[in-house]
Design a protein around this ligand. Structure first.
Ligand code: M6R
Length: 606
């Protein structure tokens, strides 16, 4: 997620904006920038840390009273100075900062190019400033209205122009934006922490709102361009609470962001109900020459890859081998020019995954990266890159990145299946329709929080816990077991439910905790039998299953139900209570949830 801070008032805009951006630094970003209005628009942008911008801030006028600032987490285009925000129009008269994604930017870009506009960046945002410049005659507000009428997607915008030197305009559509009223000016910001140093009085702008700010007054227009009054609310949060969006920890905040992450992944990669990764995916001809796929990753990303294997084999009918990145290159993998290697990595910097990428390229495979960080090493070196759209993930325990990886690999499987003509139209459409219901269904599952808290209380003093499931449920419990162990330090082990009786069941004794996930209809009966084997030996059972399945009531101490969906999509729902279980158990034990011992967010050593 990028961050916006804009100011119009009596103070130094540079000072207010830089303080606001500093308060967002904790989230990670790849570049930053600021524009101010003096007798012209002055802009400074730098790649990397905010310090790089601050070190050279004297290059723009520190006395200017109106300006727009941004820290960027790239989604379109490499993280570099040209792609950093603000984006300035080709004539230098307009400057824009933007959070969100303009879905139809390609069409708009080619339309403006046909009219002779010269784009410099590869961002979607430059289209916004180009449109405003295109529509401007003598009224900035009118030009903005005309420009946003052409936009599809999510956007929060801050806009200034050399033609109207006292004016700051902002627009909110889906992406968050607040207006903060200070004694000596107005701040517009994407996030509360950016304004707390100056005021606690904010207006939460609504979708479709346009704000016109002159030096000491502002006017809000709603989506019908009618003037509206919006209430000023008092913020009762500390800076630390505000950084976490009001949640106690980043992990919980990120768990709750998951419906939005799925929504965004679908919005960006679906065009007219068809999956469209544009040329970031593998084209049909190349796909036809592929005789096997390797999916290689570490940790949570590997667990997403295992679901990807099932999806690609089932839907696209291509054989898939999964391998842990640290093992892959020592396994002498069967790779040649007919192999597709898919690497999954949130950070895009994991050393083992990067080494697997290089090994695959050496052996002439086609390499497709699925990563969350634009311009990361893995993204740069892969032949093709599909970006997950989770936004920055701060908690060491991965949650929203995993969900975005799951949705992306399932969409990739559908994309391959369609291109290879392995899926009929009805099945394809069913998948798309059902994927669209997933954000709402995740929100439903999140309501199980209170039951999960009770499970956390019941297991917090245990030293070890079993996780069991079959098929896709086994893949779900592998992720659930990792989540619990990495932040609660309880030893966990995930088993295919039928495998326990081949040795490990010897460990079950009275009150040994076990979590079973049962969502796959053809395997449910079998897993239930395995659960009974554990019950007989005294285990205390907790279950995650599909609503309507009452079969587990007699065996389970607590049950969490997930809404019905397609079998392939259950891992997206069943992992949510598992993530919550990790979180609440860690909390019960008084541990450092976001920064567990011995772990780093990005593992850049082999
Ligand atoms: O950045 P990556 O996705 O490549 O990281 C891979 C693993 O290190 C990561 O998923 C790790 O397992 C998480 N901490 C699990 O929550």
């Amino acid at each position: 997620m990028c961050g916006i801070v804009c100011y119009n008032g009596k103070k130094s805009a540079v000072e207010v904006i830089l303080n606001g951006l500093k308060s967002l630094e904790y989230r990670g970003y790849d570049s930053s920038g600021i524009s101010v209005v003096t007798d012209k628009i002055e802009t400074l942008k730098r790649k990397g840390k905010l310090k790089n911008l601050i070190d050279e801030i004297d290059k723009i006028d520190n006395n200017a009273n109106i300006g727009i600032g941004h820290i960027r987490w790239a989604t379109h285009g490499e993280p570099n100075e040209i792609n950093a925000h603000p984006q300035v129009s080709q004539d230098g008269k307009f400057s824009v900062v933007h959070n969100g994604i303009i879905e139809n930017y390609r069409e708009l870009k080619s339309e403006l190019e046909d009219e002779g506009y010269n784009f410099k960046s590869t961002t979607d945002t430059e289209v916004v400033v180009a449109l405003i410049s295109h529509y401007y005659t003598d009224d900035l507000l009118e030009a903005v209205k005309k420009a946003i009428a052409r936009l599809k997607g999510a956007y929060a915008l801050g806009i200034i122009s050399e033609y109207e030197k006292d004016k700051l305009i902002a627009v909110r559509n889906e992406s968050p934006l607040i207006l903060a009223k200070c004694d000596d000016g107005i701040i517009l910001a994407s996030d509360i922490p950016s304004v707390l140093k100056y005021t606690k009085d904010v207006v939460y702008l609504e979708n479709g709102d346009i704000v016109e700010i002159d030096k000491d007054s502002y006017t809000i227009y709603d989506k019908n361009f009618e003037k509206v009054d919006r209430d000023i609310k008092k913020i009762n949060m500390t800076l630390e609470q505000a950084s976490k969006g009001g949640f106690e920890h980043f992990m919980l905040k990120e768990i709750y962001e998951q419906p939005e992450v799925v929504k965004k992944t679908l919005e960006v990669n679906l065009k007219e109900n068809k999956i469209d990764f544009s040329d970031n995916s593998i084209d049909q001809d190349k796909l036809k020459s592929i005789d096997k796929v390797y999916i290689v990753a570490c940790g949570t990303a590997f667990h997403a890859g295992e679901v990807g294997k099932v999806a690609i084999e089932k839907l696209a009918k291509i054989p898939v081998i999964t391998d842990i990145a640290s093992e892959f290159r020592y396994n002498d993998p069967f790779i040649d020019e007919n192999t597709l290697v898919i690497l999954i990595s949130q950070s895009g910097e994991t050393a083992d995954t990067l080494a697997a990428l290089r090994e695959s390229k050496k052996k002439k495979a086609t390499v497709l990266a699925v990563t969350n960080v634009v311009g990361s090493s893995i993204a740069r070196e892969a032949d093709k890159v599909i970006y997950t759209l989770a936004g920055p993930e701060i908690a060491v325990a991965s949650t929203k990145a995993y969900i975005s990886q799951l949705v992306t690999v399932i969409m990739l499987a559908l994309d391959f299946a369609k291109k290879l003509d392995k899926i009929d139209d009805e099945t394809y459409s069913n998948y798309i329709a059902e994927l669209k219901t997933i954000p709402g269904k995740i929100s439903e599952v999140l309501k199980s929080e209170s039951t999960v808290k009770e499970i956390a209380k019941a297991i917090k003093d245990d030293s070890s816990m079993f996780f069991i499931g079959r098929g896709l449920d086994f893949l779900s419990v592998k992720e659930g077991a990792l989540k619990l162990k990495e932040i609660s330090y309880i030893h966990t082990e995930a088993f295919p439910a039928g495998e326990l009786k081949h040795g490990s069941i010897a460990l079950i004794e009275k009150n040994t905790p076990a979590l079973s996930v049962i969502t796959q209809s053809k395997l449910a009966e079998k897993t239930i039998s395995n659960v009974q084997e554990l019950v007989t030996r005294g285990a205390k059972i907790f279950t995650i299953t599909v609503e309507g399945n009452e079969n587990m009531a007699d065996f389970s101490e607590k049950i969490v139900f997930v809404p019905k969906t397609l079998e392939m999509l259950y891992p997206i729902l069943s992992v949510i209570p598992e993530q919550l279980l990790g979180y609440y158990t860690s909390l019960e034990k008084g541990l450092d949830v976001d920064k567990p011992r011995n772990l780093a967010k990005s593992v850049t050593v082999e």
